[in-house]
Design a protein around this ligand. Structure first.
Ligand code: SER
Length: 322
């Protein structure tokens, strides 16, 4: 457990989600179970998440419920993981706006009023758009996304930086690539195929992929995602030039390349490609990311390559599913 002068009291919103669920457990390991409050909107938490520490149902779009949880537990740090992802956001742009913008505004205002010490606000590769350079996408570049999710992410980055400069709220954020993990399924994202493919390969030896075989997107394995998130939150603020918009790279591979890698372990695995509306979203995003600012300012370095990630996913999911 981390011992520091001031014991952290942490709130994780979106704690039942793909990243939130694993992040909460790691933060509980670091800060003590009782010091990390998990907040979810409606999905029942797993037994592990629900029983290992405090859990509260609440909606980030409801400022009162957020405030009451912050006060009840004397929260000083928030990891604001609640969001509607790109695919779900195109099905319901109004909901995406409400959760992603009003929810973020509530978290930032609560942070300002309650003088919280630090807030994590994730951004995404969805902040980029069709006019952004696709290869080695620079830290400073064109941000003209074409999804509601992306629009809320760009606005969120700007808002978070505004709160840092104008009100001194120590907000930090990362442009996550697609996150691959074996604990909790992602929901409503364009990069979900890179997780679903493993479940289907193990369960049924075949997968119908909703993007083309040659679709390349930036991805990352969950242990790297958790490390990046916590490392940025622990970084010395004086060394940060950027705050809420760090490019974050790790892996880049095509859907077909991922299938080939899985086939090294499951030779009979077959994939068919039937692109749906998410193909256009994938085509509007970068293929590879220049994350030199994150490397220089807080020492970011990923540890999983495609082969190591694939092996670990297959081992973990086989143990869980078979
Ligand atoms: N994984 C997210 C999505 O596909 C990208 O941030 O929407």
């Amino acid at each position: 457990m981390v011992k520091s002068d001031e014991m952290k009291k942490v709130l994780v919103t979106g704690a039942v989600g793909q990243i939130g669920s694993e992040l909460t457990m790691e933060l509980r390991r670091l800060h003590g179970n009782d010091n990390v409050v998990a907040m979810g909107r409606k999905t029942k938490p797993s037994d592990e998440l629900g029983n290992s520490g405090p859990f509260e149902f609440g909606n980030v779009t409801d400022r009162e419920s957020l405030d009451s949880i912050i006060k009840k537990y004397d929260i000083d740090t928030v990891y604001h993981m609640a969001a509607i992802l790109s695919g779900a956001g195109e099905k319901n742009p109004q909901l995406a706006y409400d959760v992603n913008m009003n929810g973020l505004y509530n978290v930032l205002e609560a942070a300002r009023e309650h003088e919280l010490t630090r807030v994590m606000v994730p951004s995404s590769i969805a902040a980029f758009g069709p006019s952004t350079p696709k290869e080695n996408t620079p830290q400073e570049t064109i941000l003209k996304p074409t999804t509601m999710y992306g629009v809320t992410k760009v606005a969120g980055e700007l808002l978070a930086d505004y709160y840092f400069k104008r009100f001194g709220v120590d907000v930090r954020g990362l442009r996550y690539p697609g996150i691959i993990s074996s604990e909790t399924l992602p929901g409503g994202g364009t990069t979900d195929y890179a997780v679903e493919i493993f479940y289907e390969a193990i369960n049924h030896k075949k997968y119908k992929c909703f993007v083309r075989e040659d679709t390349v997107l930036p991805m990352m394995y969950m242990p790297d995602c958790i490390n990046a998130t916590i490392d940025l939150m622990n970084a010395d603020v004086n060394k940060l030039i950027h705050h809420s918009d760090f490019n974050l790279g790790a892996l880049s591979f095509s859907a077909g390349g991922l299938a080939d890698e899985i086939r090294k372990h499951i030779p009979e695995f077959t994939v068919t490609y039937e692109p749906d509306f998410r193909q256009a979203i994938a085509d509007s995003w970068p293929r590879t990311i220049d994350d030199s600012a994150a490397r220089a300012e807080w020492g970011w370095k990923p540890t999983y390559d495609l082969a190591k990630m694939t092996l670990d996913m297959i081992e973990k999911l086989s143990a869980k599913l078979l």
